[in-house]
Design a protein around this ligand. Structure first.
Ligand code: F6R
Length: 263
């Protein structure tokens, strides 16, 4: 591992490979959970899905099985969910979280929250506003785990032409998915981009950046351009990862050598 380097969008650690980075990420999360429980009696965790964190969850499950980490006092809020989608659909993020984490640890069922892909049309605003209120009522996120889209999205806050102030204020909401995101998700839907839901519910930029700390992971050569633009480029809504520059003291990036190759 290289030493910690300070960039405009946070402190960066580059690992030889994603395996080592995932082990470090699991350690980072376990420490955040223990610290929050010590101080407030519970930990409020913002979680991500996608390919990147799968091995992080594997390692958290291993720590739990070894008796080193309990989720009894952990409350979780996931970044996003496809819309519409049934929770039992294997491609739903609810199913992903059950498969990779919730089914294997001692988290109480009513503390693991995801946006609901079955909310009736016309009620998504109400549901998303309630989700933001639940996070606030739980005292805010102790930490948010993020991946980075190939197009620079965080959660499903896709690149857009909004002014930076307006982008920073975005709440949790229903959004149309960007074509790059749909193309990247096609593999999970049998290679058929047309089977990927066209919309998703996503935690907004505002609640993400309000987390007390943020760990963002990006692995592989295909993330290198978005990583470099987020860390070193201008703050712009066209590259949502760059918005992390506005809260850089609380942001940690764990990269592998490939995603860091153009820094
Ligand atoms: C997932 C999420 C997305 C992913 C991003 C990277 O909950 O919000 O922003 O983190 O699309 O996805 P992977 O890890 O599959 O490359």
């Amino acid at each position: 591992m290289s030493s910690v380097v300070q960039y405009p969008a946070g402190s960066v650690q580059i690992f030889d490979d994603s395996e080592t980075a995932c082990e470090a990420a699991a350690g980072w999360i376990a420490n955040r959970i223990r610290d929050a429980i010590r101080v407030r009696g519970r930990a409020v965790a913002g979680l991500a899905t996608g390919r990147t964190p799968i091995r992080v969850y594997e390692r958290l499950v291993a720590r739990h099985r070894a008796g080193k980490l309990s989720f009894r006092d952990v409350i979780t809020y996931n970044l996003d969910e496809y819309y519409p989608i049934r929770p039992l659909d294997p491609n739903s993020y609810r199913a992903y979280m059950d498969r990779h984490l919730f089914a294997h640890v001692d988290i109480p069922a009513n503390r693991a929250h995801l946006l609901d892909g079955t909310v009736p049309e016309g009620f998504t605003d109400e549901h998303c506003a309630a989700f933001d209120r639940w996070i606030a009522a739980d005292g805010g996120l102790d930490f948010q785990l993020l991946g980075l889209g190939r197009n620079g999205h965080i959660g499903f806050n896709e690149p857009c032409e909004l002014g930076v102030e307006a982008m920073l204020a975005l709440p949790t909401r229903l959004i149309p998915l960007h074509p790059t995101t749909t193309a990247d998700a096609a593999a999970d839907f049998g290679g058929h981009a047309d089977r990927v839901p066209r919309h998703a519910l996503t935690m907004g930029v505002a609640p993400i950046l309000a987390a007390r700390s943020i760990l963002i992971l990006a692995f592989g050569r295909n993330k290198a351009e978005a990583v470099a633009a987020s860390l070193q480029g201008p703050i712009t809504s066209a590259m949502p990862g760059s918005l992390l520059q506005t809260v850089s003291p609380k942001v940690t990036w764990f990269l592998d050598a490939e995603s860091a190759s153009t820094l």
